[in-house]
Write a protein that binds this ligand. Structure first.
Ligand code: CA
Length: 83
């Protein structure tokens, strides 16, 4: 995650704080919670919902994060892309 802007990094930091400190989750349990339909992949809409909860506003930064995290362009984020 070295190729993102400072603003996007800030959103990711807030997301990490939200997951690990506020909700006290591991990557695996967080992934299970946000993969609402149990497909094994988080839809970009599901991930965006998570970002909104962790960090209101900063829409451009969130869009950038979605593009960076969805490495294969599948419009979903699997556990390898998430971790
Ligand atoms: Ca993907």
């Amino acid at each position: 995650m070295s190729d993102i802007t400072p603003g996007a990094q800030k959103v990711l930091n807030l997301l990490g704080k939200y997951i690990y400190e506020d909700m006290k989750l591991t990557i695996e349990s967080a992934f299970g919670i946000f993969d609402y339909d149990g497909s094994g992949e988080i839809k970009l809409s599901e991930f965006l919902d998570l970002l909104h909860r962790a960090c209101p506003g900063m829409e451009n930064e969130k869009k950038e994060i979605l593009e960076v995290m969805d490495k294969d362009g599948s419009k979903t984020i699997n556990i390898n892309e998430f971790a």
